[in-house]
Design a protein around this ligand. Structure first.
Ligand code: MN
Length: 448
């Protein structure tokens, strides 16, 4: 899956002109999957190309794909495509590339019947997410958050040995563009031993993350080895793990996040396949000297040499007032997925290492992608350094963000829209993008 082939060739162009523009997220080298819907029609699987979508069900009906793919290509979710063997997924990508490439031997007038403009399509959840697990794989994020709560002992002793995760809520994973209400919850007593209150979350935050989707799963009782792990990863998208920090602070001990996270998790509609990311693979995170090496089941030479993904990530914010005044969203931070202490293969391998059966379409969140510098922190908690805390950590920076309207943000306000973007670029390959992951906060529904 990780090897380069003719579909990655930087000189390859498409007969769909918009796919050849320098700015597009979806050149022919990308071919990300989505599920979309046109008015009055059932959902269909699509592949992004420039400003258009290739409808795979129509392709199957028109005999453009080899027969073995027709069933999976005609479904209304991507789960069956995800469950295909790695070899078949590679064959399908090769065929899609062939259909859309300049000089295709297929009849373009037939292929055109399968094309729709993205602007006319409604993008839906790309797959049925049966289970969702969120990790904590950035050591910078873990250190920042740990420093706020345990200044003398930020990283717990397990961190460098085991990928930390918790079981997320799959039912509230929503696709980009879905608005949601500010959650209401129990908030900690204002004085020790006091009575908690219930009300709208005051410290609403986002977390910039990357999602990985499981391809073929494993049987209950079996595990996925580090050597095979990447064959079991279908692809990646952007993920916003919305977090109610005040609810979280009161509820998280001793079993971890619960209602502080389960009210909404937003993903981008496009899944960029691991195969498309092959030109942007890199070494794993360089563990500082003195850090322990991972246990054997989490180590392979291949994972060390090419387990990383060089993927740039950005967060933008647009308040209601900015929107009304026609002001463009402002960039809050930019990070890189190379800052993750654990690789995607290690996360999946660890998850299945106890015999837990992973299923096609399961989603693994990376954890907040934060880097070493302030401008690469992937949450407001870190950017404003616990900005709204009444008891700031000694030495903390407490720096609210000022928006172009003069509004200040320590955490998110009603009407705020958070926009995540991601892309991979290098000197030797075509830039590919992940599209956008957007979500807007509506006022709390229940005044408790
Ligand atoms: Mn998270």
């Amino acid at each position: 899956m990780n090897t380069l082939n003719s579909t990655h060739e930087p000189s390859l162009t498409s007969w769909i002109e918009s796919a050849n523009s320098k700015e597009t997220d979806f050149p022919i080298q990308n071919l990300p999957f989505c599920v979309f819907q046109l008015l009055d029609q059932p959902p269909a699987i699509g592949v992004g190309i420039g400003d258009q979508i290739l409808n795979l069900r129509t392709c199957a009906e028109l005999g453009l794909l080899s027969d073995q793919f027709n069933d999976a290509a005609s479904q209304t979710t991507l789960n069956a495509v995800m469950a295909m063997s790695p070899a078949d997924r590679t064959l399908l990508r090769a065929r899609l590339s062939e259909l859309l490439a300049n000089g295709t031997t297929a009849d373009k007038s037939v292929i055109e019947k399968s094309l729709v403009f993205q602007a006319n399509a409604n993008l839906l959840m790309p797959c049925h997410v049966g289970d969702y697990t969120d990790f904590y794989a950035s050591i910078y994020h873990a250190t920042n958050v740990g420093t706020m709560f345990r200044p003398t002992n930020p990283l717990l002793p397990n961190y460098k040995h085991i990928p930390i995760g918790y079981h997320g809520r799959a039912s509230s994973v929503v696709v980009s563009g879905t608005s949601f209400h500010r959650p209401v919850g129990q908030l900690s007593p204002t004085e020790e031993g006091g009575i908690p209150t219930r009300g709208p979350c005051k410290l609403l935050d986002y977390e910039l993350e990357v999602a990985m989707f499981v391809a073929q799963g494993n049987e209950l009782g079996n595990s996925i080895s580090i050597a095979d792990a990447e064959d079991h990863i279908f692809g990646m998208s952007l993920l916003n793990d919305w977090s109610a920090r005040d609810i979280q602070k009161w509820e998280y001990q001793p079993l971890g996040p619960f209602l502080a996270k389960s009210f909404a998790t937003t993903i981008s509609p496009w899944i960029v396949t691991l195969e498309a990311l092959a030109p942007f693979r890199c070494r794993e995170f360089a563990r500082p000297e003195g850090d322990p090496q991972p246990l054997d089941y989490l180590h392979s030479d291949e994972n060390s040499s090419s387990g990383g993904v060089d993927m740039k990530l950005e967060v933008f914010l647009c308040s209601e007032k900015m929107n009304q005044q026609g002001i463009e969203p402002v960039k809050l931070s930019s990070g890189n997925f190379t800052n993750m202490y654990w690789t995607i293969a290690q996360l999946l391998t660890h998850h299945s290492s106890n015999g837990c059966n992973m299923q096609s379409g399961d989603m693994l969140g990376s954890g907040t992608v934060s880097g070493l510098t302030r401008d690469s922190r992937g949450s407001l908690l870190e950017l404003t350094w616990d900005g709204a805390s009444d008891n700031p950590v000694p030495g903390s920076q407490r720096t609210p963000i000022t928006l172009p309207t003069g509004e200040e943000r320590k955490f998110l306000g009603d009407g705020d829209e958070v926009i995540l973007k991601g892309y991979c670029e290098s000197d030797s390959h075509r830039r590919i993008g992940f599209g956008t992951c957007k979500g807007k906060i509506l006022p709390a529904k229940v005044e408790a």
